[in-house]
Design a protein around this ligand. Structure first.
Ligand code: ADP
Ligand code: MG
Ligand code: MG
Length: 251
């Protein structure tokens, strides 16, 4: 279970406060959507959960299964099951996707004190996961993200998620949004990976992703605070009316 309590965070470089008291609880099995206007701190929240060092937490806490993760570095957080999707959108020329996945998976195993997987077992796992996601296996031979379409990049991320089996998946659609192909890949992937012991934080500016990933809860972030929480109907209301009314009521 993820418990974010009165979380305050600022930009490390210049001290600008971005998160101003976020309260949010996400239970195992839950898909929580974070919505909110541009600039409200959604992406910052995902980076602070992942432990990026360009942000400083100045107050509050992030508890993961009852324990604070604030002192953990990003790798330790990942090892404990926190996965920030879309965190490797960079192209890695010269490194085939399969090679990247092997490295990521064995790095995780080593950090947990498990033996690295031997190559045949690794190939078997990656191919099985790719087949379940109906991925074209030829993609595994191409350098990660180099020349990938939006949909192929998302597919590679969903594949990482499936292999690394995180317990908390944070997905940030970002403001530019996903094209229809990529949106469908993400939605199908998330729905495939939904389970009783895995929680999702799905961050989206638009409601359209939530037509495909039906959330259990919806939270509106504004000026670094959750100003409204509700069920999936809240997303539909926002689609209909925009953010102005909820922001006005919160003011
Ligand atoms: P959202 O994802 O909701 O659009 P962000 O978390 O990206 O919001 O940004 C919230 C605010 O903080 C914006 O005004 C943004 O410009 C600012 N901000 C976030 N991160 C940084 C950073 N590393 N440097 C400068 N400004 C930042
Ligand atoms: Mg933004
Ligand atoms: Mg954003």
């Amino acid at each position: 279970m993820l418990e974010i309590k009165n979380l305050h965070a600022r930009i490390a470089e210049d001290g600008t406060p971005i998160l101003n008291g976020v309260d949010l609880t996400v239970k195992p099995g839950e898909v929580a959507a974070i919505m909110g206007p541009n600039g409200s701190g959604k992406s910052t929240l995902s980076y602070v959960i992942a432990g990026r060092d360009d942000y400083e937490v100045t107050d509050g806490d992030i508890l993961w299964n009852g324990e604070s993760i604030l002192e953990m570095d990003p790798a330790e957080r990942a090892a404990s099951g926190v996965f920030l999707a879309f965190q490797y959108p960079m192209e890695i020329p010269g490194v085939p996707t399969m090679e990247f996945l092997k490295t990521a998976l064995n790095a995780q195993r080593t950090s947990r004190g498990d033996e690295p997987l031997k190559i045949p077992e690794m190939l078997k796992r990656v191919k099985a996961a790719a087949a379940e996601l109906e991925m074209d296996l030829s993609m595994l031979k191409r350098p990660l993200n180099v020349g990938f379409s939006g949909g192929e990049k998302k597919r590679a991320e969903i594949l990482q998620m499936k292999l690394l089996e995180p317990k908390l998946c944070v997905l940030d659609e970002t403001d530019s949004g996903l094209d229809i192909d990529a949106l469908k890949v993400v939605a199908d992937g998330v729905n495939h990976l939904r389970s009783q012991d895995r929680a999702f934080l799905v961050i989206t500016h638009y409601q359209r992703l939530l037509n495909h990933i039906v959330p259990d809860s919806v939270h509106v972030l504004y000026k670094g605070r959750v100003i409204r929480s509700g069920g999936k109907e809240l997303a539909l209301q926002l689609e209909d009316q925009g953010y102005a009314e909820i922001i006005g009521e919160a003011a």
